[in-house]
Design a protein around this ligand. Sequence first.
Ligand code: HEC
Ligand code: HEC
Ligand code: HEC
Ligand code: HEC
Ligand code: HEC
Ligand code: HEC
Ligand code: HEC
Length: 309
Amino acid sequence: MKWIYPSLRAVIVISISFMTAFAQEKFIEVITPQDNVLQSELTLNVVTKIDKKGVDALKITTALEQINIDIKSQRETECKNISLRLGENRVIIRAYKNGVLVDEKTRDVYVYSQLYHQFKYPPQKYSKNYFHTDTNEKSCVKCHDMSVNEVKGVAFEDITKSNCYGCHKNITKEKYAHAPAANWLCTSCHSKKNQSKYIAPEPVNHSCLECHEENKELWSSAKYTHEPLDSGDCNRCHNPHSSPHKMFLRKPVNEICLGCHKDKDIQTQQIKNSACSGNSNGELCINCHTPHASNQPFFLKKIAKKAAK
Ligand code: HEC
Ligand code: HEC
Ligand code: HEC
Ligand code: HEC
Ligand code: HEC
Ligand code: HEC
Ligand code: HEC
């Protein structure tokens, strides 16, 4: 039985040294994102620093996509804009040399939403992480112009000329895009605060109403205002950048309303003793109600009085 001992030892020694080699050699370093970050948009930048001697291909895998990157260029940084889904996302970045896996990193990212109950309360391990600090930007300025090149109130003739475009182009790609975002006037809402150069105002309503003055006047003089409007979070219902729905709503309008007013859903409730017909016959809530404010009780539009026979 003596002969087993050395060969077993050899196996152990080999596997330990392989494991330490795998752990010690840093073939890739993920510059962004950090692990366990919380965000609200469905796009993310993945930037990886590569030891080109040890790596000839990268693979980025998420539940939505798999991106293969052949490392041919001379530079040692690979940048990719990827898509995420609501809730938890695991981003796995794998590095290969001649088809053999040599390094692997994972990043967990949570996309939260105030409108879907299930994505409203992220697990504790996630927290907001701001990218635009001088320190972080240092790792990009070598190759990217990180300065602001927009002129206040003047739309870009060619939006690809905005310095923000290359890294954030997906933020305005949806069908309905909001004018200031679609024209890449990003700093009309984002400005420098402690944590980042581009913090969004919170609550956002003051900033929205600076441009939407007519609404401001109309709503501040209205007799009744809707609670979500009073709270100032216009971005609960509207995406400030772009969305697949009209008025950049985060969801189709009835889904937005029913998210908070479940008792008006005839699929699940019997609406009784009320002049409110909810979503019966697929009717839109906003055919009769305004979402913001009104002089009529229940935020009824004038026409609704006639409609509700
Ligand atoms: C060594 C040069 C270099 C560095 C450093 C670098 N980039 Fe890039 N990046 C590029 C080039 C060149 C492109 C043009 C597209 C391409 O060929 O990948 C690019 C493209 C991008 C894109 C668009 C990718 C896509 O899918 O369209 C993003 C996002 C990006 N960079 C983010 C960053 C961030 C963030 C940093 C700093 C943390 C950074 N880059 C650092 C060279 C660099
Ligand atoms: C070199 C790439 C790059 C450029 C150029 C760039 N950004 Fe970013 N930005 C990032 C990355 C990376 C993040 C982190 C979130 C992500 O991955 O999408 C980010 C996050 C943000 C955020 C969220 C707050 C924060 O600090 O994390 C805002 C707002 C933002 N960028 C606005 C801008 C604006 C406005 C410009 C143009 C003046 C700009 N960015 C130019 C890469 C870039
Ligand atoms: C009308 C105001 C407004 C404009 C214009 C605007 N943003 Fe935003 N942005 C916001 C608000 C509000 C948030 C906070 C999160 C939310 O509601 O989605 C935000 C969040 C972000 C984030 C962080 C998203 C995350 O995942 O946490 C990025 C990145 C960003 N904006 C980039 C941009 C860029 C790039 C532009 C220019 C094309 C731009 N924004 C224009 C209001 C605006
Ligand atoms: C920098 C000025 C500016 C800011 C800030 C701004 N908007 Fe706008 N918004 C516009 C312009 C310009 C239009 C297009 C013209 C119009 O219809 O009024 C527009 C259009 C809209 C529309 C579509 C109106 C329609 O009839 O099609 C909605 C909804 C909207 N904005 C909501 C918001 C919300 C919510 C905020 C805050 C998160 C906001 N806006 C902040 C300038 C702004
Ligand atoms: C409860 C969800 C909700 C909130 C909160 C909300 N909106 Fe709206 N908003 C809507 C809906 C739904 C429409 C579409 C109405 C229609 O098509 O008749 C709309 C339409 C608009 C329009 C275009 C039509 C109009 O009435 O002028 C503007 C501008 C607008 N919203 C701005 C804002 C601003 C600014 C805030 C925050 C102060 C805000 N919204 C908060 C749901 C909301
Ligand atoms: C974020 C949650 C939220 C969303 C989204 C929302 N509401 Fe409301 N709504 C409330 C709250 C809270 C109240 C005040 C409490 C109450 O009376 O139920 C209210 C009140 C109302 C009232 C008046 C109730 C009364 O007794 O005076 C109407 C009508 C109404 N909402 C319609 C809508 C419509 C239409 C939509 C979609 C455009 C909508 N709501 C979207 C939270 C919401
Ligand atoms: C055909 C017009 C019409 C449509 C469509 C409609 N409503 Fe109403 N709604 C009314 C009227 C009228 C009232 C006032 C009821 C009363 O006088 O008791 C009302 C009242 C309400 C109230 C407050 C009082 C109550 O009954 O709880 C809420 C909340 C409400 N509606 C939400 C909605 C939502 C959410 C939708 C879409 C799913 C919707 N409504 C669709 C006409 C309508």
